[in-house]
Design a protein around this ligand. Structure first.
Ligand SMILES: [Zn+2]
Length: 243
């Protein structure tokens, strides 16, 4: 079954001390029948350069690589708007990231608003980090989901175990909230797919976590139809990918 991985990074992360090289992503594409949505890390020294590298990959692997923009909301407003407009208009990026923990910003902080506004303007989903770290309780997303009913909000890590119940409650309550499941416990993943099978999308996040996330698929007790929605169809629809 073909997989659409909605959460993968490229480049260096000064915040979490990580680095994913382009060769590692190419290796992932060669070994798996996968379409990957790639974003810079929150601690990228130069996110604009990483956006350009993701764009190059999306040209080389057309239809298999897509870009998702990530830029520090505390940079100048002019730079943020200009860069988001550039990648969404000219580079074909398919979404925006709000990294609550990595950029130490609450979804309720006024500096997060340009990300919501840009997502609304370009009709692309906004992925928001949830789980460990500051400002990462998914409950903080609720009022924004009400203020931006037209913006599809994807809760990255779906609460990361610790906030899984809150994440699921939000996905049930709000039409525009979806769940990305990297790092989720297997029993939470099963609960998500039982409760909201049209709103759950697959993600891996880090190279080392790829085999771990794929191994969880063997433990799932769901129909092939729901598995296909989770692994491919839901994300294709949410991110409006022409694949
Ligand atoms: Zn991530």
């Amino acid at each position: 079954m073909r997989v659409l991985d909605t959460h993968m990074h490229l480049g260096e992360c000064l915040v979490f001390g990580l680095n994913i090289r382009e060769e590692e992503l190419v290796d992932y594409l060669n070994k798996y029948d996968v379409v990957v949505i790639i974003q810079p890390f929150p601690g990228a020294p130069d996110p604009v350069k990483v956006h350009d590298k993701i764009y190059e990959l999306s040209i080389r692997y057309r239809g298999r690589v897509f870009g998702l923009a990530s830029i520090n909301p505390f940079f100048s407003q002019e730079l943020i708007t200009k860069e988001l407009d550039r990648v969404l208009n000219q580079l074909g990026f398919v979404g925006i990231k709000l990294h609550t923990a990595g950029h130490s910003i609450s979804p309720l902080n006024p500096r997060a608003l340009p990300l919501f506004e840009t997502a609304k303007k370009h009709r692309v989903p906004l992925m928001i980090h949830t789980g460990p770290g500051s400002f990462s309780d998914p409950a903080l997303v609720a009022s924004r989901a009400e203020e931006y009913p037209d913006v599809k909000i994807v809760l990255a890590h779906a609460g990361f175990g610790i906030y899984a119940n809150t994440a699921l409650w939000l996905a049930k309550k709000y039409d525009n909230i979806y769940l990305e499941t990297s790092w989720s416990y297997i029993y939470d993943l099963q609960a998500f797919l039982n409760a909201v099978p049209d709103k759950v999308v697959f993600g891996t996040d880090l190279i080392e976590n790829i085999p771990v996330e794929y191994a969880k698929l063997n433990a799932l007790k769901v129909s092939e139809d729901i598995k296909e929605k989770f692994l491919y169809l839901n994300a294709k629809k949410i991110f409006k990918l022409s694949i």
